[in-house]
Design a binder for this molecule. Structure first.
Ligand SMILES: [Zn+2]
Length: 235
């Protein structure tokens, strides 16, 4: 299996950045590793001009650094069987992965192999939407699996894999809504004691205009202080 590991899609999320460094120090056969938003990584910020993972497909002649980087990444991704794109969140209990609507079946098998049981289909302008071989891995900063060594090992095993056996039990979700800061204040969301992947009160779901059962993620994530989180529904 030919694998591309992407770190620093968001320049201040450490897991992917450390993993790329580890893979460069100690390379694995059939695995390449790249930094996505190099300028943001250098400055330890999420992005420079705009959020790279909302900028796809981008443009080689784009005005912003991120537009050009997005186009470069899509092109780069074409040369691999699987692209593993790493992220972190401050929200506890939020470990999961993201794929695009047009994702190749190999990605749900990959999710199972990597023991990431929650698979979210994202249709905003993220890399997954344009690279059908890209799975984004989202790990809580306080998670026991937020470990460079652990992911280095899982990548090594995936690269050696000849054939997937069973993907096991996968829970699939659709990303349907972004909770705004206004939602937070209007509906007193801080007092609602939301927990990642635990269905919210149907009355609250109704107020937000989302279908029940509705599952919150990225609640109050300090990496994205300009919104309050996301809402999923099961599919
Ligand atoms: Zn991220």
């Amino acid at each position: 299996m030919k694998i591309l590991v992407v770190g620093g899609m968001h320049g201040n999320e450490p897991l992917g950045i450390e993993l790329v460094k580890a893979l460069r120090n100690k390379p694995i056969n059939n695995v390449d590793a790249v930094f996505a938003n190099e300028r943001a990584i250098q400055q330890n910020v999420r992005f420079v001009d705009q959020d790279l993972n909302r900028t796809f497909p981008g443009s080689v002649n784009g005005k912003t650094y991120e537009q050009r980087r997005a186009a470069w990444l899509i092109e780069k991704a074409k040369h691999y069987d699987i692209v593993l794109d790493f992220h972190n969140t401050y929200c506890s209990g939020n470990d999961c992965c993201f794929i695009g609507e047009q994702a190749k079946p190999i990605l749900t098998q990959t999710a199972g192999f990597l023991d990431l049981r929650r698979v979210i289909v994202a249709n905003y302008d993220c890399l997954n939407k344009y690279a059908k071989n890209c799975i984004s891995i989202e790990i809580s900063l306080d998670s026991p699996i937020n470990s460079t060594e652990l992911w280095y090992d899982r990548v090594r095993l995936l690269a050696q894999l000849q054939q997937f056996t069973t993907e096991g039990v996968i829970e699939k979700y659709l990303f349907t809504y972004r909770m705004s800061l206004q939602d937070r204040d209007t509906y007193k969301l801080k007092k609602a004691n939301l927990k990642a992947f635990q269905a919210i009160d149907p009355a609250l779901a109704n107020k937000l205009g989302v279908r029940s059962p509705a599952y919150p993620i990225f609640i109050g994530d300090r990496f994205t202080p300009y919104n309050y989180g996301g809402i999923l529904e099961k599919i």
